[in-house]
Design a protein around this ligand. Sequence first.
Ligand code: OAD
Length: 234
Amino acid sequence: MKRIVVFTGAGVSADSGISTFRDADGLWANYRIEDVCTPEALQRNRAQVIEFYNMRRRESLTKRPNAGHLAIAAMEEWADVQVITQNVDNLHEQAGSKRVLHLHGELMKLRSERNPDLIYDINDGWEQSLDAKAEDGSLLRPHIVFFGESVPMFEPACQIVAEADILIVVGTSLAVYPAASLVYYVRDRQVPIYLVDPGNPDTAMIRNPLTHIKERGAVGVPQLLEQLKNELTK
Ligand code: OAD
């Protein structure tokens, strides 16, 4: 079985009704990163940060996987698939993908401010109360990688990409590092890279054979995977 790695960004969830970050109507057009997505913001303005992620979580509870997520999950029938996502929603898991690595954390988890390994699932509802504490006595925070923080899952993600026979990139502007640099960790220059994105992600430095399918995820992903399935399972 071919090893296919799918690297996704906010665009894969756009067709499920979740806003991207950098499109014209994206989240970062309405919020300043330094107000809601940095460790300093959490210290200075805890209420606003918690509220921002409470709203994201509440919104995400009403969203369902789209045809792109579902096609990626169905690919496990004929390929060895690993998903690496920058998204904090759980739509890949809801679609049935079994191996999903979250580079930037997960909305439905909280963690201790002091101990990053003390992580809790939110099993009920969407609201984190301001004074909720972890068992080590410190306050809880969203299990999200803020700007300026290290990305602990980056190394494991690089290793996964290095084993890919095919890399598929869906719905990311490739503007945020280190995540965007994952596309350079493929084993060699022969590994084909497919990109499904209606916009123009920054691919200037990619030297591998690159096919850009300029479609939204719910259309372009099923099309591409059908084509790959026909080619690979002949
Ligand atoms: P961006 O908002 O930067 O990019 C979204 C990408 O999705 C763009 O390339 C769009 O063209 C594309 N897109 C829009 N609609 C689409 C659709 N219907 N189908 C497919 N693609 C579509 O989002 P990311 O690249 O994911 O980090 O952003 C990376 C990180 O920046 C995020 O993980 C987040 C953000 O700040 C943190 O919050 C730490």
